[in-house]
Write a protein that binds this ligand. Structure first.
Ligand SMILES: Nc1ncnc2c1ncn2[C@@H]1O[C@H](COP(=O)(O)OP(=O)(O)OP(=O)(O)O)[C@@H](O)[C@H]1O
Ligand SMILES: [Mg+2]
Length: 272
């Protein structure tokens, strides 16, 4: 394969090759989304058989949904299960201020991807949606997108191309058409939140009086990444308190700390 391509002007690497070993079981998502992921993996493995029927495995997939729901994580899992390295591309970092530059950066990234078999993730694909309002940037971003779509249409090789966004409602129909499958990551329902608490609290001993159903209700509307953060905080509280045994108080304190953090983030502390 080719050397890692770099930004023509500033010299920073345009992508990163990453290796993971994460099992499918650590991803807790809707059964629809899980089935879609599993089919993509199975289709890749059966690509040769498909070819004899003139069929092609799904290889251009769009992940969308709220932050912290498992989009980037899913790319790491596909890479783990298929044992193919992940080529990680921060889409916003290759969008240079000069269009000519961006086109050449994109070309270099696609040349690299075509030089091997990879799971390629164009992460933070959102840039396409984010700059919609800014009319000056809009035209430029639109050209970048068209450029990207052209390269996506003509890509050669067996790599699986993933793109992740949390601004899916802003994407053009032209973009939707290009993807063989679209996976939607929902916020977790009660059952999934319960499973997340169980998964992330597995390492620590628990008080028999712990009320997980209550924690599940208190965390309505939160993402798996939020719940992960809460469980880590709760475990730390019990360790710092030298109990090493998780109590209901630790969980609720951690949830309250999290809500406070969200209030600060959303400018709801009441101080204008
Ligand atoms: N569905 C899930 N099941 C289990 N763990 C999850 C799930 N979603 C997220 N996590 C945990 O939260 C971390 C962050 O999630 P991830 O980076 O995949 O979010 P994302 O959907 O890519 O968000 P963003 O839109 O902000 O990029 C993961 O590395 C994983 O530890
Ligand atoms: Mg992500």
């Amino acid at each position: 394969t080719l050397p890692i391509p770099r930004d023509t002007e500033k010299g920073f690497p345009l992508l990163e090759i990453q290796h993971f070993d994460i099992s499918m079981d650590s991803l807790l998502i809707s059964s629809e989304a899980k089935q879609q992921l599993e089919q993509i993996i199975r289709e890749f493995k059966d690509a040769d058989i498909f070819a004899t029927y003139n069929l092609q495995n799904k290889r251009k997939i769009l992940f969308c949904g709220k932050p912290g729901t498992g989009k980037t994580f899913s790319a790491q899992i596909i890479s783990s299960v298929l044992q193919i390295p992940l080529v990680y591309i921060r889409f916003d970092s290759i969008i240079s201020s000069y269009l000519g530059e961006t086109a050449s950066n994109l070309r270099k990234v696609f040349d690299f991807v075509e030089s091997g078999t990879w799971i390629a993730l164009f992460d933070e694909f959102d840039i396409i949606g984010k700059n919609r309002d800014d009319s000056h940037e809009h035209g430029e971003i639109k050209r970048v997108v068209n450029n990207f779509l052209q390269m996506l249409d003509n890509i050669k090789g067996d790599s699986i191309i993933l793109a992740a966004t949390n601004h899916q409602y802003m994407l053009d129909p032209a973009i939707w058409r290009r993807f063989d499958d679209i996976i939607y990551y929902e916020l977790p329902d009660e059952n999934i939140r319960k499973a997340l608490f169980e998964l992330y609290l597995r390492p620590i001993k628990k008080d028999p009086g712990i009320d997980l159903p209550k924690a599940v209700i208190m965390t309505q509307g939160l993402s798996p990444a939020d719940i992960k953060m809460i469980t880590e905080e709760a475990m730390k509280l019990s360790i710092l308190d030298s109990r090493h045994c998780l109590g209901q108080g630790d969980i609720e304190k951690a949830i309250n700390k999290f809500s406070r953090r969200e209030k600060v983030k959303n400018n709801q502390m009441g101080d204008k």
